[in-house]
Ligand binder design. Structure first.
Ligand code: FES
Length: 93
């Protein structure tokens, strides 16, 4: 599985048992984050394509936000290829 991170155009390999944030870390792409447990919303971003499921029962996004495609990548696991819109994603060198 792969994630495409726009608008930077970064490609990240995904593992099913890793969160999107962990996979991005492993690939050297830094996404905004703070709590890493689904409460602070620092990492909130748009899921442009694909599906995720959550590790925790009550991630900090409302039903309306979910319907609009907002996700919390620190607690979201991929269910296939995904495309995310994360304007503040930066590669580590
Ligand atoms: S880093 Fe806090 S909600 Fe994702």
């Amino acid at each position: 599985m792969k994630a495409r991170i726009e608008p930077g155009g970064f490609d990240v390999d995904l593992e099913p048992d890793r969160t999107l944030l962990q996979s991005a870390d492993a690939a050297g792409i830094e996404l905004p984050s703070s709590c890493r447990n689904g409460t602070c919303r620092t990492c909130i971003c748009k899921l442009v394509a694909g599906q995720v499921r959550y590790r925790i029962e009550w991630p900090g996004v409302s039903a309306d936000e979910k319907a609009e495609g907002w996700i919390l990548p620190c607690v979201a696991e991929p269910q296939g290829d995904v495309t995310l819109d994360v304007p503040y994603a930066f590669p580590h060198f």
